[in-house]
Design a protein around this ligand. Structure first.
Ligand SMILES: *Cc1c(COP(=O)(O)O)cnc(C)c1O
Length: 326
C-alpha cells in the first residue's frame, strides 16, 4: 500500500463529487474576537451521514473493480466510518456488513442499521470487532474498507483539506481532530501541497491517544482504550499501520492532547455561541483554542468533523454550568 499523493486527492474529488457535500467554511466572529485572530470553522459536521468519513468510504468503494464490489464490503468501526460505508454502499447497491465493538454508543449502531447495512455488535474492543471483519473477508470474499489506514480512504478525506485551502488561500493554521490519522493525513497532504507555509496541528483526547503515543515512541504502539467524550477518536492506529503513521509523522507539525473538561467546553461553545450541535471528537479544535493550547498563527481553521452525539449526553453537557466531570 503506497501513500497517496496530491493527484490522488484530485482524482478522489472527481470520483466522489456526486455523492458528498462540499461543506461551508464560516468565519467565527466570536472566536476571532476572543483570540485576536481570524478564526474559521469548517462545517464538516453537516456532511451527509453527519461526519467527514463519507468522503473516504465513498472514494475507496468507487475505486474497487466491479467484481469486488459485487461480493460486498465490510469494516470494523466505532460508528461514523461504519455509517459512512453503509451509506456509500447503499448508494451503489452494494452489500455492507459493519462490525462494531460493544463500546460503540447505541445511536451509532442504530445509525448503521438505518443506513441499510447489517450491524454486527461483537467484542470488547475495536480490535476484536476487526477479527470478525477479517473472517468475513476470508470466508465470504468481502472487501475490507478500513476506517483510516488505506490510501483511497486518506485521499478521500483529503478532499476536505482541498476545500479549506480553496476557500481560505492564506490559511495559516488548521486544527484537525486526530485518531487513526486518516483525516489529518489527507488534509495535511492537500494543505502542504497547496500552501506549504500553513501549519497542520492534530488534536486528540488525553485519554488513550494512540497516534500521539506512537509518535513519541517512533513506531505504532497500542494504548488502552478508555471512555471519552470524544468517542470517535477512540481506538488504536494498528500496530501494522502502513499509511497514516508515516504521513502524520512527516506532515503534521504538532499534536495537542486535551482533557475531558476542555472537550466539554468545546461542545458547549459550539452550541451556545455558534449554534452548532457537534460531537466531542469534532469539538477538539475549538476546545484547544479556548484552552489556550493552540496558538492561532495566521488565519486559523478548526475542522468540525462530525455531529453524531447522543442527544441526551449533549443536553447534559450544554445545560451544565460547572466544569464537566464525566
Ligand atoms: C473518525 C473521526 C475522527 C478521526 O479521524 P481519523 O481519520 O481516525 O484520525 C474525528 N472526528 C470524527 C467525528 C470522526 O468520526
Amino acid at each position: 500500500m503506497n501513500a497517496p499523493d496530491f493527484a490522488d486527492i484530485l482524482a478522489a474529488r472527481r470520483r466522489i463529487a456526486p455523492h458528498v457535500l462540499r461543506t461551508p467554511l464560516g468565519r467565527s466572529d466570536t472566536l476571532s474576537a476572543r483570540l485576536g485572530a481570524e478564526v474559521f470553522l469548517k462545517h464538516e459536521h453537516r456532511q451527509t451521514t453527519g461526519a467527514f468519513k463519507l468522503r473516504g468510504a465513498t472514494n475507496a468503494l468507487l475505486a474497487l473493480p466491479a467484481e469486488r464490489r459485487a461480493a460486498g464490503v465490510t469494516t470494523a468501526s466505532t460508528g461514523n466510518h461504519g455509517r459512512a460505508l453503509a451509506c456509500a454502499a447503499r448508494a451503489s447497491g452494494v452489500r455492507a456488513v459493519v462490525c462494531l465493538s460493544r463500546l460503540a454508543p447505541p445511536n451509532k449502531v442504530a445509525g448503521v442499521e438505518a443506513m441499510g447495512a447489517e450491524a454486527r455488535v461483537i467484542g470488547e474492543s475495536q480490535d476484536e470487532a476487526m477479527v470478525e471483519a477479517r473472517r468475513l473477508v476470508a470466508e465470504d470474499g468481502m472487501t475490507l474498507i478500513p476506517p483510516f489506514d488505506h490510501p483511497d480512504v486518506v485521499a478521500g478525506q483529503g478532499t476536505c483539506g482541498l476545500e479549506i485551502v480553496e476557500d481560505l488561500p492564506d490559511l495559516g493554521t488548521v486544527l484537525v481532530p486526530l485518531s487513526g490519522g486518516g483525516l489529518i493525513a489527507g488534509v495535511a497532504l492537500a494543505v502542504k501541497t497547496a500552501r506549504p507555509a500553513a501549519r497542520v496541528v492534530g488534536v486528540s483526547m488525553a485519554r488513550g491517544a494512540a497516534m500521539a503515543a506512537s509518535l513519541r515512541a517512533g513506531h505504532p504502539v497500542e494504548v488502552r482504550e478508555e471512555a471519552t467524550l470524544a468517542d470517535s477518536l477512540g481506538g488504536g492506529i494498528g500496530v501494522g499501520n502502513r499509511v497514516t503513521f508515516p504521513m502524520v509523522r512527516d506532515l503534521v507539525d504538532d499534536v495537542i492532547e486535551l482533557d475531558e473538561p476542555a472537550i466539554a467546553e468545546g461542545i458547549r461553545w459550539a452550541y451556545r455561541v455558534e449554534g452548532e450541535v457537534i460531537e466531542g471528537a469534532a469539538a477538539v479544535g475549538i476546545a484547544a483554542l479556548l484552552a489556550g493550547k493552540a496558538a492561532p498563527r495566521g488565519p486559523t481553521v478548526a475542522l468540525l468533523s462530525g455531529r453524531n452525539i447522543d442527544m441526551e449526553l449533549h443536553r447534559r453537557i450544554v445545560c451544565s454550568d460547572t466544569p464537566w466531570e464525566g
